[in-house]
Write a protein that binds this ligand. Structure first.
Ligand SMILES: [Zn+2]
Length: 486
């Protein structure tokens, strides 16, 4: 597969280099493979004035007529009437200015398979992604994550956790990661097995070590961090009669992967307690001494109070993805119960073949609605708490709270402007309610990641969506043909 890739990439690189020279833009470390992606814009010196600023800093009130000054990737100041000499001025009137939204678990490569989870068993999410994932080339990984990254920026998501569980070769991982580098997102790349890797076989630890060793050149100037996408120590699997039963997994797989991560100082992320057939997984990890502050557990719908206390005591985090969990029939994720147990809880997209899109506002709304519905209380989950889950709590879950997740002097400038003057959201009333009840991705007017303006006036600044759709559509058609998927 590596041989297939080299020719077209060289051809593309020539074109992109020429374009970069003509436009006078600084070439990024990794020239774009796709002609739909332009070089990243420079980090701006910009002041947003007279906006409704929600800093999401604990115990800090909103600034109803606030300014935010950003320069060279940093938040210089947030307040009222800031001086900011020489800075480009953006009129913030009519906008909520807030930290960029944070996704904490997303299989970004799967977006080429959007709307392909069928409504019969043979075409369900797992058989579909396994059958089609097997034929992915490194270039397909790139396009899947490129489309996801474009949608993240469109939706005001500035940090993602790219949970890559289709690493068929080192090049598959590198090409997937390349899409994050080219689009300028902040995030974690979690290195995992392939969709088709047997549960008895570990992923390539040698390749993980190679990626870790090369990380200084792969991290996109520190925007990206590395972790592992782990399969845990037990799984619910069908028995001979087709009934689901809980089985322990092989230490030859789980121990090798887990210990490699710990040896390299990497965080570990695992799906567990996802359905009624998978229970007690956190207890099992605890017995092995595997629960630590770099552990993130995903879904965790069937988690006992005892397990919640184990997570809280260790400083481990939980990522729920209500849109996918309900669509696939896992059940209703827990929200208030985790918060009562003081667990670091955050939100995630998971996979667009189940969720349809990556609208974090919709995910926030689902989280609130399902919790209020379950508790039969209009007041169970306050809107502002939900916004915290999608911002500062997400940053904590990814170990990034020193850099992002709130608007604070000295943090990196991951900022979004949400328009309140559109038909689905106005008139301006209570901002936290506006974000959770009304806002949609299309209301995101401006997005800065690390001080770069990547969406402005509702349009992506460095991605040509028309060209990207042509390329992504061609990739999807080719995947379906190669897999003979009907
Ligand atoms: Zn997942």
């Amino acid at each position: 597969m590596a041989g297939d890739m080299s020719m077209p990439r060289r051809a593309f690189l020539g074109g992109v280099t020429a374009l970069g020279a003509m436009s006078g833009l600084r070439m990024p470390a990794h020239a774009a493979v796709s002609p739909s992606v332009a070089n990243l814009p420079a980090r701006s010196n910009v002041v947003i004035r007279n906006a409704y600023v929600m800093t999401m800093e604990p115990s800090q009130p909103d600034l109803p007529n606030g300014d935010l000054h950003v320069d060279n990737g940093l938040i210089v100041d947030v307040g009222t009437g800031l001086a900011a000499p020489g800075a480009q001025v953006i009129d913030g009137r009519g906008f909520i200015v807030m930290p960029g939204l944070i996704d904490t678990h997303w299989h970004m490569w799967t977006t080429l398979l959007r709307n392909m989870s069928g409504d019969d068993r043979a075409h369900g999410y797992f058989p579909m992604t396994t059958a089609l994932g097997k034929v992915y080339t490194p270039r397909d990984m790139y396009y899947g994550t490129l489309l996801s990254s474009a949608e993240a920026l469109h939706s005001g998501i500035t940090t993602v956790h790219n949970w890559c569980h289709n690493v068929m070769s080192y090049e598959h991982a590198v090409e997937d990661l390349r899409a994050m580098q080219e689009t300028g997102l902040r995030g974690r790349f979690s290195y995992g097995p392939a969709r088709s890797t047997p549960l008895t076989q570990p992923f390539s630890v040698a390749d993980l070590e190679r990626m870790h060793g090369d990380w200084a050149s792969l991290s996109n100037e520190g925007l990206l961090t590395l972790g592992i996408a782990w399969r845990g120590v037990q799984a619910a699997l069908p028995n001979a009669e087709g009934k689901m039963e809980l089985r322990p997994l092989s230490p030859d797989m789980y121990r090798v992967e887990y210990e490699a991560a710990r040896r390299l100082g990497l965080p570990v992320s695992v799906h567990l307690n996802s359905t009624k057939f998978d229970k007690g997984h956190i207890i099992a990890l605890h017995k092995l001494g595997y629960v630590f502050d770099g552990l993130q557990v995903i879904h965790a719908i069937n988690t006992s109070p005892e397990e919640m206390d184990i997570l809280a005591a260790a400083g481990a985090s939980v990522s729920i993805s209500p849109a996918s969990e309900m669509r696939i029939g896992f059940g209703l994720p827990k929200v208030a119960e985790y918060l009562d147990h003081k667990v670091n809880l955050a939100l995630s997209v998971d996979t667009t073949p189940l969720t349809g899109n990556a609208d974090m506002f919709g995910i926030m709304k689902l989280a609130q609605n399902l919790e209020n519905g379950r508790s039969e209380s209009e007041f169970k989950l306050p809107a502002r708490k939900v916004v915290e889950l999608a911002t500062i709590e997400g940053a904590k879950a990814l170990g990034l709270a020193e850099r992002t997740g709130s608007l604070k002097k000295g943090k990196r400038a991951d900022v979004i402007m949400v328009s309140t003057r559109e038909v689905n959201i106005g008139p301006f009333t209570e901002p936290a309610y506006m974000l959770v009840d009304s806002a949609q991705a299309s209301n995101v007017d401006t997005v800065l990641v690390d001080g770069r303006i990547l969406k402005r006036n509702g349009k992506l600044t460095a991605i040509d969506v028309g060209k990207l759709m042509d390329e992504a559509s061609a990739a999807t058609q080719s995947i379906k043909q190669r897999a003979n998927w009907k």
